[in-house]
Design a protein around this ligand. Structure first.
Ligand code: CP
Length: 307
């Protein structure tokens, strides 16, 4: 049994194996209707709880569809409607769910909730996003990059904007899979220094740059995300927008990296962190990226369950 809690908590060989399996499983079902089962049914007889304490479109639908394609069943649960949201401890919730289901995916606020759930669960726990990281998203992003451009190792990724939880998982991936990451954004919103040091200690070059055009020049991949994350207070919105406006990914900025792909985990706020011209432009692979949540997570589930 393996928990999938974060990329820096997962060994590089396992990450590589999951990415390769995701690509193979995607290729094997090319052209099939979405609801058609895979050739094999590795989740036959398995049931997975999908617990959401925050909203979701992609994570919810891609996990649910992926489980069905692999012959399993899913239960989508709202944290607010569970006893978890009304005082039952995380540890007791973990013990109870472990008696009913074969794996638990959770989207929650605090990383501590995820870790406590994993500590007390007898079944694999998957991180579907916390305030601190979003590893399933980055597995999909890596899969997407490699299907368009080949191996990610040795490439240069530029993150423009807020050094948030998705950026954190990119830093974890840079260390594990050997690519360089440049963060360009305002100092106040720099990524967690602990994660920068972690990536550097594993051999990745991590650069902090304040000039977005200079940072993006020569990039293989440009990534951004919403300026106000789900866990950020709306009272900071105006200030964050003011700080982040110079880091909007627009056509003028992308012109500095004409060969780069553009990614965004979505949902995008068009006209804020990214313009329509970039979202819908030739460099954008955002909908491949969204699709690849499905394929990447199917491989993650198989790795967690050892099937
Ligand atoms: N990117 C992502 O996690 O999307 P959802 O919030 O819709 O799940």
């Amino acid at each position: 049994m393996n928990h999938f809690l974060d990329l820096h908590r997962t060994d590089p060989a396992s990450l590589r194996a999951m990415l390769d399996q995701a690509a193979a499983m995607k290729a094997a079902r090319a052209g099939r209707p979405r609801g058609a089962p895979d050739d094999t049914a590795p989740l036959d007889g398995r049931i997975v709880a999908l617990v959401f304490e925050k909203p979701s479109t992609r994570t919810r639908v891609s996990f649910d569809v992926g489980i069905r394609q692999m012959g399993g069943q899913s239960l989508v649960l709202s944290g607010a409607e569970m006893q978890l949201g009304h005082g039952e401890t995380i540890a007791d919730t973990a013990r109870v769910l472990s008696r009913y289901v074969d794996a638990i995916m959770i989207r929650t606020f605090e990383e501590a909730t995820l870790l406590e759930l994993a500590e007390h669960a007898d079944v694999p726990v998957i991180n579907g996003l916390t305030n601190r990281s979003h590893p399933c998203q980055i597995m999909a992003d890596l899969l997407t990059f490699e299907e368009h451009r080949g191996p990610i190792a040795g490439r240069r990724v530029v993150w423009s904007g807020d050094g948030n939880n998705v950026c954190a998982s990119f830093l974890h991936a840079a260390g594990r899979l050997g690519f360089d990451l440049t963060f360009t954004g305002p100092e106040e919103l720099d990524p967690d220094p602990e994660f920068i040091e972690m990536a550097r200690a594993e051999g990745a070059t991590v650069t902090i740059a304040r000039d977005p055009a200079a940072a993006i020049a020569g990039a293989d991949l440009v990534v951004t995300d919403t300026w106000v994350s789900m866990h950020d207070s709306q009272t900071t919105k105006e200030r964050r927008h003011r700080l982040l406006r110079p880091y909007q990914v627009n056509a003028a900025l992308m012109a500095a990296a004409p060969e780069a792909l553009f990614m965004h985990c979505l949902p995008a706020h068009r006209g804020e962190e990214v313009t329509d011209a970039v979202m819908d432009g030739r460099q954008s692979v955002v909908f491949d990226e969204a699709e690849n949540r499905l394929h990447a997570q199917k491989a993650i589930l198989r790795w967690c369950l050892g099937v």
